[in-house]
Design a protein around this ligand. Sequence first.
Ligand SMILES: Nc1ncnc2c1ncn2[C@@H]1O[C@H](COP(=O)(O)OP(=O)(O)OP(=O)(O)O)[C@@H](O)[C@H]1O
Ligand SMILES: [Mg+2]
Length: 201
Amino acid sequence: MTKSENIVWHDSKVTQEHRMKLNGHKSAVLWFTGLSGAGKSTVSVEVEKELYNLGVHTYRLDGDNVRHGLNNNLGFSAEDRAENIRRVGEVAKLMSDAGLLTLTAFISPYREDRDKVREIMNEGEFIEVFVKCDLDVCESRDPKGLYKKARAGEIKGFTGIDDPYEEPNNPELVIETDKNSLEECVQQVVKHLKDKGYLEV
Ligand SMILES: Nc1ncnc2c1ncn2[C@@H]1O[C@H](COP(=O)(O)OP(=O)(O)OP(=O)(O)O)[C@@H](O)[C@H]1O
Ligand SMILES: [Mg+2]
């Protein structure tokens, strides 16, 4: 849905395919979704380091980081969360188009918002990674002290407390951070990329 008329797409001569060939690996979007404290940021940071060591060109988009800049005009209402994810999806698509193995770490609690991002990607370009972790465990970790604030009523509409988290129906990958170590979770993601041929052209 575009607001403006009279806009015409102008193709590049250098395409995503060319960039993949130049880089020696495929580009895609590894979309980490899950509750706050589930481990999206922690796992994605480690996966990116592993990929870097394997010679893969990457970039990581993280929820809080993006809300400092690009999305600093958005809050946590359902509309703003949807717009947050829409913009991040578009940026991730651009990055993937630029040849990068892009990692995103957003709670992205609504299935519809995630599915809309999937729809704008090419076949096989969107890899949804459900970072699964019991709410109790996330709350006991509480790395940012946010659950404590939410329970005290200082944060309204907090995912898992007074706002829903809709689990993915068909994610490409599920990692269980309350059952497996960080290292195991990281290896599962890297293995998936290797097995599915993303790390070669
Ligand atoms: N197997 C594991 N995988 C990932 N993180 C783990 C694991 N076991 C324990 N942790 C801990 O869980 C916490 C996860 O916090 P992290 O900030 O990565 O969550 P997040 O999903 O990015 O949350 P938010 O949505 O609030 O940004 C960290 O303190 C991390 O050390
Ligand atoms: Mg995070």
